[in-house]
Design a protein around this ligand. Structure first.
Ligand code: NAP
Length: 304
C-alpha cells in the first residue's frame, strides 16, 4: 500500500469551500473521510489561520474548492478576487508543503480565453493558457501558486451545476434556466460560447478517484462532449417538459461585464486514459442531475 493511500485511510481529506457546489458533493462522497472548511470559520485569505487550522487538522490531502466565483462582479473587485483565487492558494500550498501532503486546486476552462478559429480541437493540459478578465486571470494565478506546492494537482473543470442542498437557492446555469422557465418567463441565451457544462457530482467523484491514485500535474475533468448555452438550455427545458419562448443571442448582445471564452472545451483524454473510462457525457449527466433534483425536492416537500 502506498504512503499516500495509507495516509488517506488514517488522516482526513481537507475539503476547503465545502459549502459550495463542488465542495458539497466532495463532502457527501468522502463521508467520514472529509474534514470540511468554509466561511465563516475559515477564511483562506487569512494566512495565519490557514496554517494554524490545517497544521492542526493534519490532513492527508487538501482539496481547494473555495473560490471567488462571481465572474462579472470580479471585474469591479479585482483585489478581493485575487486575494481568494490566487494569494490564498499560496497559503494552502505553504500548508501542503509543511504537511508534505498533496494540494488539489480546482481551476477553470476560463484560463483559455483566446478564440482558436473554426473547428478547434479541445484544449489540452499542455496548451498555453491565455486568461481574459479578472476572474480568469486570478484563477490562472491560483494555478501557478498551486503548481509551486511540492505535491500538486490542478483540476480544470467547466460550467458547474448541481448543489447538494438548497436546490432552489443554488446559483448555476441549470437552476437559473429552471427558475425563469417555471415562472413562465421567456429566455434569451447565448449560442456562441462552446463549452462542456458539468455536473458537480461527476467532477467530485472524479476528484475522489484522482486522490486515491495519486495523479499529479494538471488534468481536465468535465462531462464529455461540447455544447453551447442556448442548446443546453433547450435540453433542460425539453427534459423538464417546460415550454417557454427561447431566443438565441450573441455574447455581444448579452453584454456581460466580464469577457467569456468563445470556445473552452477541455480535452478529457488524459483523465480517460488514466481511468480507463471517459467522464459521463453532458446530456447523460444533465438527465442524472434532473432526476436527482426531482427526488431531492420531493423528499424535501414531503418531509415534516
Ligand atoms: N461554478 C462554475 O461554473 C465553475 C466552472 C469552472 C470552474 N469552477 C471552479 O470550481 C471550484 C468550485 O466552484 P463552485 O461552483 O463549487 O463554487 P461555489 O459554489 O461558489 O463555492 C465556493 C465556496 O467557497 C467559499 N469561499 C469563498 N471565499 C472564501 C474564502 N475566502 N475562504 C473560504 N471559503 C471561501 C464560498 O463561500 P461563500 O458562498 O460564502 O462566498 C463557497 O462556499 C472553484 O475553484 C471554481 O473557480 C467553477
Amino acid at each position: 500500500m502506498s504512503r499516500m493511500i495509507q495516509a488517506i485511510l488514517t488522516n482526513p481529506i481537507a475539503v476547503i469551500g465545502a459549502a459550495g457546489q463542488l465542495g458539497g458533493w466532495l463532502r457527501q462522497l468522502l463521508g467520514e473521510r472529509a474534514r470540511t472548511f468554509d466561511l465563516p470559520e475559515l477564511d483562506i485569505t487569512d494566512h495565519d489561520a490557514v496554517l494554524r487550522v490545517l497544521l492542526a487538522a493534519r490532513p492527508a490531502a487538501i482539496v481547494n474548492c473555495a473560490a471567488y466565483t462571481n465572474v462579472d462582479r470580479a471585474e469591479a473587485e479585482p483585489d478581493v478576487c485575487f486575494a481568494v483565487n490566487a494569494t490564498a492558494v499560496a497559503h494552502l500550498a505553504e500548508a501542503a508543503a509543511e504537511l508534505d501532503c498533496p494540494l488539489v486546486q480546482v481551476s477553470t476552462d476560463y484560463v483559455f480565453g483566446n478564440t482558436p478559429g473554426d473547428n478547434p480541437p479541445p484544449w489540452r493540459e499542455t496548451d498555453v493558457p491565455a486568461p481574459r478578465g479578472v476572474y480568469a486571470e486570478s484563477k490562472r494565478a491560483g494555478e501557478l501558486a498551486a503548481l509551486r506546492a511540492p505535491k500538486h494537482l490542478v483540476v480544470r473543470t467547466c460550467g458547474l451545476y448541481g448543489h447538494t442542498t438548497l436546490v432552489d437557492q443554488a446559483r448555476n446555469f441549470v437552476e437559473a434556466i429552471l427558475r425563469k422557465a417555471e415562472r413562465g418567463e421567456s429566455l434569451r441565451v447565448v449560442d456562441d460560447q462552446v463549452c462542456s457544462p458539468s455536473y458537480a457530482r461527476d467532477v467530485a467523484e472524479a476528484i475522489c478517484w484522482l486522490l486515491d491514485v495519486e495523479i499529479t500535474g494538471i488534468i481536465h475533468v468535465t462531462n464529455a462532449g461540447a455544447t453551447n448555452w442556448y442548446e443546453f438550455a433547450r435540453e433542460i427545458l425539453a427534459l423538464r417538459g417546460l415550454s417557454v419562448p427561447i431566443e438565441a443571442i450573441s455574447t455581444a448582445e448579452y453584454n456581460a461585464p466580464a469577457p467569456r471564452p468563445a470556445y473552452s472545451v477541455l480535452d478529457g483524454a488524459r483523465y480517460a486514459s488514466l481511468r480507463g473510462a471517459a467522464m459521463p457525457r453532458i446530456h447523460a449527466a444533465l438527465r442524472a442531475y434532473l432526476t436527482w433534483r426531482s427526488r431531492a425536492l420531493e423528499k424535501r416537500n414531503t418531509s415534516p
